[in-house]
Every structure is written in C-alpha cells, then in structure tokens.
Design a protein around this ligand. Structure first.
Ligand code: PLP
Length: 500
C-alpha cells in the first residue's frame, strides 16, 4: 500500500477487548501474586527507560502481543513496588482487587460526572458513599449531606482538599467582612496558620492562592511551633493570631493535622477549634488526616478526632490506608456554601434545568477541575466487599503488627523509638554511641537506610526531627500496605538488624 493512502485502523472489537482484557487482568493478578518477591525499590538508573524507548511514535498500529510484552520487559523493571508487602516507605498507596475493579468499571462506563445532569448516578452514589464513610469514621451529622449545609466529596489528593478548603475560607472571610473589605484591602491581609510539621501541601496551597510568593515567604503564613510530641502548641497559635490582629492582619484559615507526615503526630483539634471559634474573625479550621483518618473506622481510635465538630472541613485518603486505589481523597465540610461560592462559575454551556432549580449537587463546584471521574464506584466496591467490620479488622491487624515492630525496636539496645507511635508509623534510629557527635549518628542512620533499601528486601523512608535541640535523621517504618502481614514486619526487622 502506498504511504500516502490513509490507514484506517478499526477500533478494537468487543470480542478482542474481552480477550485482551482477560490477559491484562491476569497480568495484574500475577503481578500482585509475585510482587512480594521483587526488589522493592526500582534499580533503574536515570534515563535507563528513556534509552530503551523509541524516539518516534509508531506510524502504524502495533500488535498487542508486543505491547503487553513490553510492559514486562520495559515497565516492570522500572517500578518501585508500592504494592509490595515489604514497602514501608512514605505512607502506603493502598490497593485491592475490588477497588481495581471499580476503577476499571469507571473507565469502562466512561462518564464525566461534572454535573448531576451529566450522570446522576455518579453524583448520587458519591453523596451516599461519602455519607456512609463519614458515618463510619464518626463525623458529626453536620458534615453529612442530610444536614443540608454539609456533605462530602471525593478529591484527587489531600493537597487538593487543602486548597479547596483554603479558597472556601477566603471566600467566607471576604463575604463576612464585605462592607469593610472594599476600603481596607482585606484580601492582602488574610493570614494562614499551620504547624511546622504540617504537610508541604499547605504552603503550596498558599502559594497557589497567592498568599505566599515562595515556600519560605512568611508574610501571611504562620508555621506554629510544636511540642515534644510534634503536635501544634495551641497557646502559640492563639498568641500568633493575637499578634497578627494587632498588626492589622486577619486570621482566616487554620490547618491542623491529625497524623503528620513525618511522625503521625496529632494536633489537638479540640483546643485549636475552640481558639478558632472564640476568635472574632472565626477562621476556617481544616483538619488534614490524610493517613491517620482511616484508623477512625475503629471507634477506639476516634480520640484523635476529639473536637472535630469544631472544624469546618476534614479530609483523609482512603488511597493511603483504606484499600482504595489511588486516587481517592475524601473531603467533608459543614459549610458547603462557602466551597461553592469559592469555586462555582457557570458559563452558558453548563446551564441546565436541574442545576437551576437547585435540587441537585453539582460536584464540579466542590473541586478545582471541571471534569471528574466516577471514583465513587471503587469506594463503593471496597465498602461493600469488606463491610465496616472487615475494614475495622484490616486496620486493627496493622495496628497489632505495628506494635510488634515497635517492640522489636525497643528490645534492641542499639536502637531507639524516637516519637510516640499514634497509628502504624514507627519512627526509630540507631542510638548515638558513647562520645559520638550528632552528625556521625545521623550519617550511620543514613547509611543504614540506604543499605536496607539497596537490599531490595524492604523499603523504608526517612525524616529529620529536632529532638533535644538537635536535628536527628530518623528512619520511618510506615506499616499499612494492603498485603503486609506480621511475617513481613518481622522480616523487615531481620533485614535492619542484619545490616547493623
Ligand atoms: N497531608 C498529609 C498529612 C500527608 O501525610 C500527605 C502525604 O503523605 C499529604 C497531605 C499529601 O497527600 P496527597 O498526595 O494526597 O496530596
């Protein structure tokens, strides 16, 4: 055929899809069954895959046998295996077959649930599933949809949830101060508060919203100091707000963390909430529980959310520790009107009767993008597959094996656990030797972490915490992988001690 003739490639037929789909499902199932035996951290060198990929895309469609073979040949060797039960780095990225099926179905149905009218089922399932999940973690009724003023929504990530809360807070502050705002340039005086241990997404949100020009810009961002457990000091928050008000600034947003990234410290939500509520400007309180929130499906761990009724919004990530594949962050608010005021823009082409009558929820107004995938399906499948009791048992088992790991560390005189364990993250390190300087101890810990990760048998991550006035390099053992069992945790400890 001459080159200039158009090459029409027929769509894959339903029958072909059925057969290839089985192959891909097999590939996933086999990957999950053997992932435990693969070296956890990718062993690729920078540019290694790029060097193997053709510079130009194929001019003609290729055979599926070759495409799938390339997944095994090119892609799998370049993966860090987050689904390995020996992955203990960062926080986990949970996955489960029910959630994968939900994601597959979401792709297959291919709807965009930006408006209720563009797929009523996508919106209404999300509303109900978020009400279920909110109830499952013990959120007060004001955060759920029947309250009329609150409700939940799925965001991609906790970072997006923080940004959504931040712009809602700004919108509410501007509205409250409306008569004064025009003359006093309120927008440039709004000030945000979080702790020195908060996730970097808070400062990133401040940068996106125009409150900070760069990560170190502290003109309108206050990083409140923490106590010896790395929890925000409420009295320091109160003092910072008072001094800002004195300087003509307006506190409008406080982000507390339940389960900080470095060490899963819990800010005292109740005390912080009382400070916010008692303040003239009533700043919006957002609570970020990205990892730890999942534990609250068990009533015995809900103490960390004490005072949550004083917050304006709350989020956690089922994609971290509740068996729901990435991406799935759940955000609840008691004040959905402020979110909608901040994020709703309605061009002509999105106008429709149901929205105009105000009878329905349009989730595009609760998030940054317009379009949205049908993510509620995977959460629905997970909750229905495991049931509330099954999810509780999952969390409790991880708590149990985390306690075992902590005990193993404590029982070895060469090591120390450096922060209180609130959920399943164990922060530990090699102790300083007699006469050894802080730098040297840090270097030994850094070398130990590198050796563990280079072994391929387990993967951990690190943080730096100021303890006793010194910056200490700390190993983070984050337990919570979907397939992680006691034997993996004991195996990881054997790797650690084998390298000392
Ligand atoms: N907040 C906290 C407390 C976290 O630990 C993390 C990630 O580990 C995030 C936010 C950011 O999560 P995401 O990747 O969902 O934005």
């Amino acid at each position: 055929m001459p080159d200039e003739m158009p090459v029409f490639v027929p769509h894959m037929t339903g029958e072909e899809f059925r057969s290839l789909g089985r192959e891909v499902v097999d590939l996933i199932a086999e990957y999950m069954m053997r992932v435990e035996r693969l070296p956890v951290r990718a062993r690729s060198l920078p540019g290694e895959l790029l060097g193997k990929l053709p510079m130009e895309p194929p001019a003609r469609g290729e055979k599926w046998g070759e495409i799938l073979a390339d997944v095994e040949r090119l892609i799998v060797p370049g993966l860090t295996h987050w689904q390995s039960p020996n992955f203990f780095a960062y926080f986990p990225a949970n996955g489960s077959f029910p959630a994968i099926l939900g994601d597959l179905l979401s792709s297959g149905l291919g709807v965009n649930g930006m408006l209720w009218a563009t797929s009523p089922a996508a919106t209404e399932l999300e509303t109900r599933v978020l009400d279920w999940l909110g109830g499952m973690i013990g959120l007060p009724g004001e955060f759920l949809s029947p309250s009329g003023s609150g409700g939940g929504v799925i965001q991609g990530t906790a970072s997006e949830a923080t940004l959504v809360a931040l712009v809602a807070a700004r919108s509410r502050a501007m509205k409250r101060h409306a008569p004064r705002a025009a003359t006093t340039d309120l927008g440039s005086r709004l000030t945000l508060y979080t702790s020195t241990q908060a996730h970097s997404s808070v400062i990133k949100g401040a940068m996106i919203a125009g409150l900070a020009a760069h990560p170190e810009d502290r003109r309108r961002v206050r990083m409140i100091e923490t106590d010896e457990t790395f929890a925000m000091k409420p009295e320091a928050l109160g003092a910072a707000m008072a001094s800002d008000v004195h300087a003509g600034l307006v506190p409008f947003f406080v982000c507390a963390t339940v389960g900080t990234t470095s060490s899963t410290a819990n800010d005292p939500v109740e005390k912080i909430g009382m400070i916010c509520q008692g303040h003239d400007d009533q700043p919006w309180l957002h609570v970020d529980a990205a990892m730890s929130g999942a534990a609250c499906v068990c009533p015995e761990y809900r103490g960390m959310l004490r005072g949550i009724g004083l917050a304006d919004s709350f989020c956690f990530n089922p994609h971290k520790w509740l068996l729901t594949n990435f991406d799935c962050d759940c955000l609840w608010t008691r004040d959905r009107e402020s979110i909608i005021n901040a994020l709703s823009v309605t061009p002509e082409y999105l106008r429709n009767e149901a929205s105009a009558r105000g009878e329905v929820v349009d989730y595009r107004d609760w998030q940054i993008p317009l379009g949205r995938r049908f993510r509620a399906l995977k959460l629905w499948f997970v909750i229905r597959h495991y049931g509330v009791e099954g999810l509780r048992a999952y969390i409790r088992e991880h708590m149990r094996i985390a306690a075992i790991f902590e005990e193993l560390v404590r029982s070895d005189a060469r090591f120390e656990v450096v922060t209180p364990r609130t959920v399943t993250l164990v922060c530990f390190r090699l102790k300083a030797r007699q006469g050894e300087g802080a730098e040297e101890t840090n270097a030994r810990n850094r070398a130990l972490l590198e050796a563990i990760n280079a072994s391929g048998k387990a993967m951990l991550s690190h943080t730096v915490l100021k303890i006793g006035g010194q910056e200490q390099f700390v190993l983070r053992m984050a337990i919570g992988g979907s397939g992680t069992e006691e034997r993996h945790v004991r195996g990881a400890w054997a790797v650690v001690v084998g390298l000392v």
